[in-house]
Design a binder for this molecule. Structure first.
Ligand SMILES: [Zn+2]
Length: 157
């Protein structure tokens, strides 16, 4: 980044996407999407869950910067999801580390977050219905480095 580029961001920013992702050190949104300063408004929390403070952050960015794309991004090998499964299923069961069930849980967790953002905030719901806000769910694969947009992505075919 040049000094001129940095200075241009001093008094304004127009991030084109809000990314709600996991705090896991292996899933930095800017690096995954190859983006630079000022491009993404990133909210990271363990397990990419949506609690009131995350809703507030999304509302802030959407209202303040006009950002109209929200991406909730889960990821494979998410320790939070695995720990939650262990808690729910009991640590003794062999099912805990079943890859299929972990993947399903990662995606169910993302869907829960996207649904919460779509319906848990009057402001965001209004923006979706009237002002072009889109909330999509994605899973980043640590194994392949690819992001699969599996929930709510517009069909471009
Ligand atoms: Zn994670």
């Amino acid at each position: 980044m040049t000094e001129a580029q940095r200075l241009a961001l001093l008094d304004r920013q127009e991030p084109f996407a809000i990314v709600l992702g996991c705090s896991d050190s292996r899933v930095p949104a800017e690096l995954i999407f190859d983006q630079g300063f000022g491009d993404l408004f990133v909210i990271r929390v363990a397990g990419n869950i949506v609690a009131p403070s995350q809703v507030g952050s999304v509302e802030f960015a959407a209202a303040r910067f006009g950002t109209r794309l929200v991406v909730v991004m889960g990821h494979s090998q998410c320790g939070v999801v695995v720990a939650t499964l262990e808690e729910l299923m009991g640590k003794t069961t062999n099912q805990t580390h079943n890859l299929r069930s972990i993947r399903d849980a990662v995606r169910a967790n993302v869907r829960a977050s996207t649904n919460h953002l779509r319906h848990g905030s009057a402001l965001l719901e209004w923006m979706i219905e009237n002002d072009g806000l889109i909330v999509v769910g994605a899973e980043y694969s640590l194994e392949t480095g690819k992001v699969d947009f599996f929930d709510g992505a517009p069909d471009l075919s």
